[in-house]
Every structure is written in C-alpha cells, then in structure tokens.
Design a binder for this molecule. Structure first.
Ligand SMILES: *Cc1c(COP(=O)(O)O)cnc(C)c1O
Length: 394
C-alpha cells in the first residue's frame, strides 16, 4: 500500500491509463486543429472530436448534436445560466436555485442577481433535500430557469431530479442540472429525467482536467442560449475557441469506460464507502451528514464532535488526502455552507470529513484510513476541552 491514500475523488480523480493512452496521439502526431478543413491533420482531429461527442452523448442518453464542449463544469454552468438569462430576457427574469448548489452555480446566480435577476434560493431539509412543493410554489409567470443539482459534491445527496424535471416541464420552465458528481457514477438520462441543460466534467470521471460539457436539449423544448465566448462560432456558435482535442478525446474515452463499467463499479464503490462509513461511525459523537437521503455510491460525509476539524485533518494530512468541505472553501476556516444549510451546527460543520472513494481505491486503504482516523480522533479528544466538558456532562 502506498501513502498518501487518495480519498478526495469528489475534488478530482486520477486519469485512467486507458484514457491517457487515448489522448496521447493528439499531442504528438495528430495535433491538428479540429476546425482546419483543408488538410488531413484537421480532418483527423475533427473525426476524434466527433467520435468523442458520440461517446459523451451516449452516456447521458443524448444525441451528439446536443453536446457543447467547454473547459469544465464551471464554464458550462456560466454558459447555461447566463446564456438562458440573456436569451429569454423577454420571457422573464426569475431563476429558482438552491442554497447547497456548487459555487459554479451559486456565484453565477449571484452575479445575475446583481444585474437584476430575481433569484429564489430554496432551502434544504436536514437531509440536504429540497422540497418539491416549495419548488412548485416558487414558480411565477416570470420564471425562466430552475437550476438544481443532481447530487451534492460534499454529501453525495441526490435530489429528486425526475420530479424536478417533471415540474419544470409542466410549467414550461427550463431545467438546468449540475450533474458533475452524478454522471459516470449512477445512470443519468436527460430524457427520462426531463433535463434541458446539464453540465458535467471529465476530471471527476477519470478524464483530464480542463474539459467538460454542457448538454443543450434540441427537441421539446429546443433550448437556445446566448453565447458567453465569441470568436469563430465553434460549437454551433455557443462556445467559440479552438477545441481541446486531446482533452475531448480523453473525455470521450472516460465516458465510454464509465458506461461500460458503472454497473460493476458502482456496487464495488458502495461496499468500500459503506465499510468506511460504518468504521468511522463506531466513534462516539460521530454523525453521518445526509444520512437517510438517497446518496451517490462513492461519497461519505461524517462529522466528529468535540474537536477541531482543520487540525484533525492536519493530523493525518500526509497519510490520507480528504477534505473538510468543498475543495473551493477548504483553504479557509469557514465551515461548509452546504452543511450549515442542512441545519448542522458550527462545531459539527467545522469537524466534517468529506471522503470520496474511487476507481483505484482498495479495501486495504479503507482499513488503514479507519484505523488512522480513529486513532487521531481519540488522541485529539484526550486534549480537547470540549470533549472533556462533554464527558463530564454525561
Ligand atoms: C467539480 C464540480 C464542479 C466544477 O467542475 P469543473 O470542471 O472543475 O469546473 C461543478 N459542480 C460540481 C457538483 C462539482 O463537483
């Protein structure tokens, strides 16, 4: 077993060797620009992009004309939300989203709020789920977009996507879904789920960083977007700029592999995750965040009470790579806004451990992790005044 152990697969994943192999020729011999129509270098690159587009579309039940390649899910979220807001300005200015969305969605909605958008921020219950009734009640004649994620990156909690899609359709509102954590891990189908716009990213599914996609529905309804990057009209005018051919080829391969292996990989990850979860929940004053809700098979979020989270993580940071909140906020000492929105108090939110098992995680690594964290918690509690007070109060 090699240290450190990587359990931060919700932040990013290793590139699968089969993905890397697929990408390599597009760096070395097949380095053409996919937009070059006048020679074989360009044709080969375009063919690679076309093939990858098919692979990506197939994983989510779309057709290739509905895939717009971007630099990742963050860019796709910006294109989707700002693109709808500008394109449908004549129909209304109201957006419904949720307080536990990824920053890619939260900050984009905040940006539009400053520009005059009306934004409804739906709360979540203690399990991290929105209320379908509250969602439907929030819809007004001005509503143009519902942006609710598929599954949360910190807790793995899966929203009632099918019902959200159904309500959006019933009220003729566009449904945009951030499925970055769900795609490739569980079956996601844009037709069955009535999703109109959907972002996802290669580096969360064993592909390279810097490439992602926005699914844009072409039929019933045909969704139109105002471009956010101009210059050359690539990607049917929605996203200009020379395509990242090696990245896109790798993204395609990563999607193909997920499609082929999901049915066996999902249960394998769930076994590892459950083992990790049960092992850590043996600790006194521990809490499973998002427990009771439907969850992704690879994510677990556990809070340990009566100690300080950041120092806890630092106690084994050289051995185990994990995060205390979303990667984007873990540089600061601020407790996770996702956990706080679920009504989890400050102390517990600060002492949260978010772990994501992945394709390359082994059972031995899980055993080592449980053992190491357990020892660290017990040792830290021995010198924790909060723990002493708790014990005396018992
Ligand atoms: C990682 C992540 C993103 C951002 O994706 P990038 O491709 O890194 O921009 C957005 N949403 C969720 C849920 C994520 O997990």
């Amino acid at each position: 077993m090699k240290l450190p152990i990587y359990l931060d697969n919700n932040a990013t994943t290793a590139v699968d060797p089969r993905v890397l192999e697929t990408m390599l020729p597009y760096f070395t011999t097949q380095y053409g620009n996919a937009a070059s129509r006048s020679h074989p270098f360009g044709w080969v690159a375009e063919e690679a992009v076309d093939y990858a587009r098919e692979q990506v579309a197939q994983l989510i039940g779309a057709v290739k004309q509905e895939i717009v390649f971007t630099s990742g899910a963050t860019e796709a979220a910006n294109l989707a939300i700002k693109g709808v807001y500008e394109m449908y300005a004549g129909s209304g200015n109201h957006i419904i989203t949720c307080v536990t969305e990824h920053k890619a969605v939260v900050d984009t909605c905040r940006h539009l709020e400053k520009k005059g958008a009306q934004v409804t921020w739906l709360p979540v219950n203690e399990q991290g789920l929105i209320s379908i009734e509250a969602l439907e009640a929030a819809i007004t004649p001005q509503t143009i977009l519902i942006a609710i994620m598929y599954a949360n990156n910190e807790t793995g909690v899966i929203q009632p996507v099918k019902e959200i899609g159904r309500i959006a359709k019933k009220h003729n509102v566009i449904y945009c879904c951030d499925a970055t954590q769900a795609v490739g891990k569980i079956p996601v189908n844009v037709l069955e789920d009535d999703i109109d716009l959907m972002m996802f990213s290669a580096h969360k599914i064993y592909g390279p960083k810097g490439v992602g996609a926005l699914y844009v529905r072409r039929k019933s309804p045909r969704v139109r977007l105002a471009a956010q990057i101009d210059g050359g009209g690539h990607e049917r005018g929605m996203r200009s700029g020379t395509l990242n051919v090696p990245g896109i080829a790798g993204f395609g391969k990563a999607c193909e592999l997920c499609g082929e292996e999901m049915r066996t990989e999902g249960p394998r990850l769930a076994v590892l995750r459950d083992k990790l979860e049960l092992g850590l929940l043996q600790l006194e004053a521990s809490r499973l965040n998002g427990g009771g809700a439907p969850r992704l098979p690879h994510t677990v979020n556990i809070s340990l009470n009566y100690l300080e989270g950041q120092t806890l993580i630092m106690g084994f940071a050289k051995k185990i790579a994990l995060s205390s909140g979303s990667a984007c906020t873990s540089a600061s000492m601020e407790p996770s806004y996702v956990l706080k929105a679920m009504g989890i108090d400050d102390m517990l939110a600060r002492n949260a451990l978010r772990m994501g098992v992945g394709r390359f995680t082994t059972p031995e690594e899980i055993d080592f992790t449980i053992d190491t964290i357990t020892r660290a918690v017990i040792a830290m509690r021995e010198i924790s005044p909060a723990w002493e007070a708790y014990k005396q109060g018992q």
